[in-house]
Design a protein. Structure first.
Lengths: 340, 327
């Protein structure tokens, strides 16, 4: 029924450990207690991406959404868990298969100025990878670059220019062209439109949608902007402090959110239709990922927090067709329902 | 609507940058009023001159830029004609500014306490202890938990949202009559942004402070502002009450801007997009600056600068204003 799975993450975790520096090792030798800092950026995340769909990954800063994107792209290794691709497990791929997998997943970053080499011409930025991987011959490279540039809406006459000669929106198009040049199947867009003006954002979003239709691409769209995610994604995944708190079809998430964090996020999004409204704001700060709260990470800010939330981590459980949420309230409500 | 005298009245303001490559008309013939307790939203994309308008009001324009014409009347005093010392006495006292990046406002090497007390003592005579007590009260008023401890903190020890709150607290220290807010929530997360917006709304309502809220985010402005001015290429192309502008925009640029915001209510394959790019400020097109991107442009738009036309509480600069609803 469902299209085949392009990439599946199972119980993926990623830890970042700060190693003690020289002074700290010295202090430890002298008997002064030092402790290692550990950040659990991604904590036992399950995620399946089906062929041809757009998955939106939403969360606030520090929730691990970018780290998860990098794990899936193979830029960072996982600490535990597995990422499965049609060719096999990502970490165990070797030779040709690993090579093909690296090309099949491409990333587009937030800031095009810092992800494009300022000393290279556009021709080389877009053409370098397909040349190196033998996708085109040196003789055909120029034509190939021109074709890619036309596809992302750039004039091929600009191919001898440098990145600084372009506007922000055009630079982002160059970044997209560079990713497309190796014929990927999955594009991971990490806040790819966050730095752009509203009218340029609309142009780039439309380009993503056109490319999806023309090339049958699959997207993992990482963003903090719920409006954008609602507009373009088929499924939405909400993360908070390294864990997935809710996932499901975009329509369900936005019309019937089950996790208090998702509900709060949706309430806070400024909209054109909300005029002169009173802003409320969920109370409290986003906790530091260095010291996440015990139990449910959201409990210090949650209006419905119960004693159980402080002690026990809620697990993702189904609340509808393909819709899952991790909250103890769901247990309570089903218990109440069965008692009645 | 408002019969009181405006707190701030900007009249035909022109801030031009005289660069070697030519004159950049960053702000050209801009006029607006802000009344006590009112929030005016100044919307535009990068390079539209919205921030420069805010900087001009506080006299923060550095060469090669200078205010080349117009008046900035703050309670009938022309700010553009004041000496540096007279302006210093107003700045941070009667007029305050909140910037996008709080790390730009806060000095990283001084404690929050030092910075707040300095601000108080530079404008009035009081004891250090009284100043400190006031700093603590204002921190509490902007929603900072345990303000007594936070006073001792350095800016790097606070989160982004906390820093912005401290910056807002510093702006509120003297209960100013006017606050210029230059995208203060753009760098913050959604939930933190909502907290800050709530606080700013409350403070404005409580103290009757007038506010100019500069932002590129139409959705934030929609929830916050009483009136909106839309800027494009250094000029206000349309202004009026928030509901009128968003429901019945007249200028094609405003219509395009509203259309390109991905709304939460609808999903669909494509967004409306304004064709083309914002023009280079060094070589603005002749006539209406928006004409190369406008679907309704005629010969007249390419030749003549459309004058500012007023209709009731609204103004627009367009030869062919639309009348329909936003679609």
């Amino acid at each position: 029924m469902n299209p085949p799975i392009l990439m599946q993450a199972e119980q993926v975790s990623r830890l970042f450990v700060k190693r003690p520096d020289y002074a700290e090792r010295l202090a430890a030798l002298l008997g002064i207690k030092s402790h290692a800092y550990t950040v659990q950026a991604v904590d036992s995340v399950d995620l399946a991406i089906h062929e041809g769909e757009v998955v939106g990954l939403v969360g606030e800063s520090g929730c691990g959404k970018s780290t998860l994107g990098r794990l899936l792209a193979g830029i960072l290794p996982v600490t535990s868990g597995t990422i499965c691709t049609p060719a096999g497990e990502l970490a165990h791929l070797t030779g040709q298969a690993a090579h093909a997998q690296r090309l099949a997943t491409q990333m587009i970053f937030q800031d095009p100025m810092s992800s494009l080499n300022p000393r290279k011409r556009i021709r080389d930025i877009i053409g370098e990878a397909p040349l190196a991987h033998g996708i085109v011959s040196r003789a055909d490279c120029d034509d190939y670059v021109a074709e890619v540039m036309r596809r992302v809406g750039l004039d091929p006459d600009y191919r001898n220019r440098f990145p600084h000669q372009f506007s922000g929106g055009q630079r982002q198009r160059v970044g997209i062209g560079r990713a497309l040049a190796v014929k990927p199947r999955l594009l991971i867009c990490d806040e790819s439109i966050a730095a752009l003006d509203v009218s340029i954002q609309a142009q780039i979003l439309n380009l993503f949608m056109d490319l999806r239709e023309e090339l049958g691409l699959t997207y993992l769209f990482i963003s903090h902007d719920l409006g954008v995610v609602r507009r373009i994604s088929d499924r939405t995944v909400i993360m908070y402090l390294g864990r997935v708190v809710e996932s499901g079809p975009t329509r369900d998430i936005f019309t019937a959110p089950r996790h208090p964090y998702t509900q709060a996020l949706l309430d806070e999004v400024p909209r054109l239709s909300n005029r002169k409204r009173r802003f409320h704001g969920i109370q409290g700060e986003i906790p530091s990922p260095l010291h996440p709260p015990a139990g449910c990470h959201f409990h210090p800010r949650c209006p419905h927090a119960m004693p159980r939330c402080k002690a026990e981590q809620p697990l993702l459980q189904p609340v509808g067709a393909g819709h899952r949420a991790a909250c103890h309230l769901i247990d309570e409500s089903t218990q109440k329902g069965s008692m009645q | 609507m408002n019969t009181a005298t405006p707190t701030l009245s900007v009249r035909n303001l022109r801030t031009w940058f005289h660069t070697r490559a030519g004159i950049v008309r960053a702000v050209d013939d801009v006029s607006f009023d802000v009344y006590p307790g009112e929030i005016l939203g100044l919307v535009g994309e990068s390079g539209s001159g919205k921030s420069i308008t805010g900087f001009s009001i506080l006299g923060l324009i550095d060469p090669p830029g200078r205010i080349d014409g117009g008046q900035i009347l703050f309670k009938d005093v022309d700010l553009a004609a004041l000496t540096r010392e007279e302006l210093r006495r107003l700045r941070g006292n009667r007029i305050a500014m909140v910037f996008q990046d709080p790390m730009m406002t806060l000095d990283p090497v001084f404690r929050i306490e030092t910075q707040m007390v300095e601000t108080i003592l530079s404008h009035e005579r009081c004891s250090g202890r009284a100043a400190r007590a006031r700093a603590r009260d204002v921190l509490a008023a902007v929603g900072i938990p345990s303000p007594e401890e936070r006073l001792k903190a350095y800016p790097h020890q606070l989160s982004g949202g906390m820093r912005q709150r401290v910056a807002i607290a510093i702006a509120m220290l003297h209960k100013p009559d006017l606050i210029i807010a230059d995208e203060p929530t753009t760098a913050l997360d959604v939930t933190i942004q909502a907290q800050i917006l709530a606080q700013m709304q409350q403070l404005c309502a409580d103290t009757g402070t007038a506010m100019v809220w500069v932002s590129h985010d139409l959705a934030v402005i929609a929830g916050l502002a009483d009136r909106i001015c839309v800027m494009y290429a250094g000029r206000i192309v349309e202004s009026g009450p928030t509901d009128d502008i968003l429901d019945r925009p007249r200028h094609p640029y405003t219509i395009g801007l509203i259309g390109s915001v991905p709304s939460n209510e609808q999903t669909g394959p494509r967004l409306y997009q304004i064709p083309g790019m914002a023009p280079s400020p060094l070589s603005l097109p002749a006539g209406c600056a928006f004409n190369p991107r406008c679907a309704h442009a005629t010969e007249r738009c390419r030749a003549e600068q459309p004058p500012l036309e007023a209709l009731g509480p609204r103004t627009h600069r367009c030869f062919h204003p639309r009348t329909g609803d936003a679609s």
